[in-house]
Design a protein around this ligand. Structure first.
Ligand code: FES
Length: 676
């Protein structure tokens, strides 16, 4: 053991950093000297409790240290006071108060680390490293002195520079509203104030005394729904998660109808901007309330959304996005004060909007890229988000390409005779018996399948009202697997001999699912056109990268959440890929937004990635049309879909001389294409 007054060896875990410091140094000072990551808001005043550590106990032979509680000074009165007031776990010490007496091993728990890795709550284990753009700093400011006249701001800045040298990154400036409240706040806090320092050089918030908690909010503004995560900007914890319908829906269900509303009605885009901002405000206020906070505590906002939402929430008329060449007003990240777009939160709050990738590949896709990080892997990843326009990103760490493809609204249930939005009463799952051609299905809002006891009773309250996007994809894929539908997408009238559900419909045939839900030949055509556009889009990008297949498919957005990847693949909406490597990313765009909220480096990262993504305009690509025609077939005219055929019994296809070689080779390599 070292003697008092001597030099002490200190080892920090888990970082492994170690060194020697004079006895009597506080653990926090030692950490700073050795570059160890320990958090603090109060600057070592025993107020915030962010600096807690554990003392290693026992013989640490590796380091030649015998460590224990006696290696530090006894628990101080200040620590006891803190423990009485706010609680301190058994054995925990405040590193700012405990001084070193002897060689010691100090463990810094994750919650005390500035760059704490937060495990995402969603299904995977992606981590967000805390490095927020906003840092809270408690400072003691010199009182004014007649003999040394200086403004309050000068003394506040001086206090920040001397008391938080590692947080200040440049010349400090402040907002006007800070100046307006500076003097009363300094005096109310008796010259002790907490400052919200943004990016190390701008004061955006100030409170008397210690302010321990401020919030940031990450919001994914979808055309139908908006979802938000309110996060503690000090710890990164999610304090509240909320969602709401996008109030713009009254101007049109899909994006293009909203763009049209703007074109047809002078000032229409202003109305839509007001509606979405009003919706955002309610969402933010609600999330803050849920967390027991005030909207005034929200100091940072990150937004993602498709290009039309992006433009509308910034008050930009999206008219140019309504037609070629689909020019974005801005293709870089945008930052502004929240008040500039009419959001009432903390007066110093800024809004950061992720960059849009291209005319129809939005900031939501950028959020997905940030969260799914295809740019970080060697494997080839396809990210696809299907809405009125499909947003498609293909790539790996070496090269990334993006495009959009005009799929139209068929996947969302529009243009489909029995189609409807995903709402109670809509058929969302369906299976067809290949022998009898009888369907069984599930309806949103009812737990049972239609052939289970109690279904009729359970469905009474909503009725069967139509079929939603995921239901349409399943019914078509099942019709194909049951050979009601040919590979060319023709409803096979010959099957009427097997089941009365195949009905004549003029010169074509239709398949009746229930009394009021029928799949017509026109419905099939609408989906074929949409899926062919989608397939041609990703095939174009894959061809440019000379890829025959991809290793991983990420289905983003609502489409990805509800769709069964197997059926999407049967229809050729995604390329052939091992089914276990197809992932619904759920709210990946929102996760990307949260990453940008909690880690300022993530902002620079996505800005750089988006800058480097090659944007492909499908409309001007000569091969698009050719690809489109080939992609009309189910799953595709010439792609063998070998991996899919190992998982699903695909019907035997009659081959044209053109496609025979490819398909035959697919069969030889393990496909089980045979008649069901
Ligand atoms: S640094 Fe705030 S309590 Fe120790």
């Amino acid at each position: 053991m070292a003697e008092d007054g001597s030099v002490i060896k200190i080892v920090f875990t888990p970082s492994g950093r170690q060194g020697h410091v004079p006895a009597g140094t506080t653990v926090l000072q030692a950490a700073r000297t050795l570059g160890v990551d320990i958090d603090s808001v109060c600057g070592g005043r025993a107020l915030c409790g962010r600096c807690q550590v554990d003392v290693g106990t026992g013989e640490f032979a590796k380091h030649g240290i015998s460590s224990g509680p006696g290696s530090l000074c006894g628990v101080t009165a200040v620590e006891t006071r803190y423990a009485d007031k706010k609680g301190l776990a058994e054995g925990r010490r405040l590193s700012c108060q405990s001084t070193l007496l002897a060689d010691v091993v100090i463990d810094v728990p994750p919650e005390s680390q500035v760059h704490n890795q937060l495990v995402r709550k969603a299904a995977d284990d992606r981590q967000i490293e805390m490095d927020p753009i906003i840092r809270l700093c408690l400072v003691e400011v010199r009182e004014p002195d007649m003999h040394e006249p200086s403004g309050d701001l000068r003394r506040l800045v001086e206090a920040l520079q001397t008391q938080w040298p590692d947080r200040v990154t440049g010349e400090i400036d402040c907002d006007l509203h800070i100046l307006q409240q500076l003097q009363p706040v300094l005096r109310a806090g008796k010259w002790q104030v907490t400052v919200a320092l943004r990016d190390g050089n701008r004061i955006v918030g100030i409170w008397p005394g210690l302010k321990e908690r401020v919030a940031g909010i990450a919001i994914d503004v979808g055309s139908t729904t908006m979802s938000a995560h309110l996060c503690d900007m000090v710890t990164g914890d999610v304090l509240a998660s909320t969602g709401a319908m996008n109030p713009q829906i009254r101007f049109g269900e899909d994006l293009m109808s909203r763009v049209s509303y703007g074109i047809m009605n002078p000032g229409g885009h202003v109305e839509m901007t007001e509606a979405v901002i009003d919706g955002l405000q309610k969402l933010i206020t609600g999330a803050a309330e849920q967390a027991g906070m005030d909207a005034d505590d929200v100091v940072e906002i990150v937004l993602v959304g498709n290009p039309v939402m992006h433009h509308l929430l910034l008050g930009i008329d999206p008219v140019e996005l309504g037609g070629a060449p689909f020019a974005l007003a801005v293709d870089t990240a945008v930052e502004m004060r929240a008040s500039e777009i009419g959001l009432q939160v903390n007066r110093g709050a800024r809004v950061y909007v992720l960059p849009c990738i291209a005319g129809h590949v939005g900031a939501d896709a950028a959020g997905v890229v940030l969260a799914e990080a295809p740019q970080k892997g060697e494997v080839n990843t396809l990210v696809v988000d299907v809405g009125t326009n499909a947003e498609i990103v293909v790539g790996n760490s070496k090269r990334m390409l993006a495009a959009s493809s005009p799929t139209g609204p068929a996947f969302e249930g529009a243009q489909i005779s029995s189609g409807q939005r995903a709402a109670p009463g809509a058929i969302e799952r369906i299976r067809i018996n290949p022998e009898t051609l009888e369907p069984r299905f599930r309806v949103i809002g009812v737990e049972r399948w239609s052939d289970e006891d109690g279904f009729d009773e359970a469905v009474k309250s909503t009725g069967i009202t139509g079929i939603c996007g995921s239901g349409i994809i399943e019914v078509l894929a099942e019709m194909y697997l049951a050979e009601i539908l040919t590979a060319d997408g023709v409803v096979n009238g010959a099957k009427a001999a097997i089941s009365p559900r195949i009905e004549a419909d003029g010169r074509t045939f239709a398949y009746r699912v229930s009394d009021n839900v029928v799949v017509t030949q026109n419905d099939v055509r609408a989906i074929q056109l949409a899926k062919a556009a989608l397939h041609a889009g990703f095939r174009l990008l894959m061809d440019k990268m000379a890829l025959k297949s991809v290793d991983r498919v990420v289905l983003a957005g609502a489409f990805g959440t509800h769709i069964d990847p197997k059926y999407a693949m049967v229809l050729g909406m995604i390329p052939d890929c091992a089914l276990e490597n197809v992932r619904a990313a759920g709210n990946s765009a929102g996760t990307g937004a949260r990453m940008a909220l909690l880690n300022k480096g993530a902002r620079r990262e996505i800005e750089a990635v988006v800058r480097d993504i090659e944007k492909i305009e499908t409309a001007v690509e000569a091969s698009f049309q050719d690809q489109f025609v080939k992609a009309m077939a189910i799953p595709h005219q010439s792609e063998p879909y070998e991996k899919l055929s190992q998982a699903v019994d695909l019907p035997v296809r009659e081959l044209t001389p053109d496609e025979a070689p490819a398909i035959e080779s697919g069969r030889r390599r393990g496909g089980r294409r045979r008649s069901r």
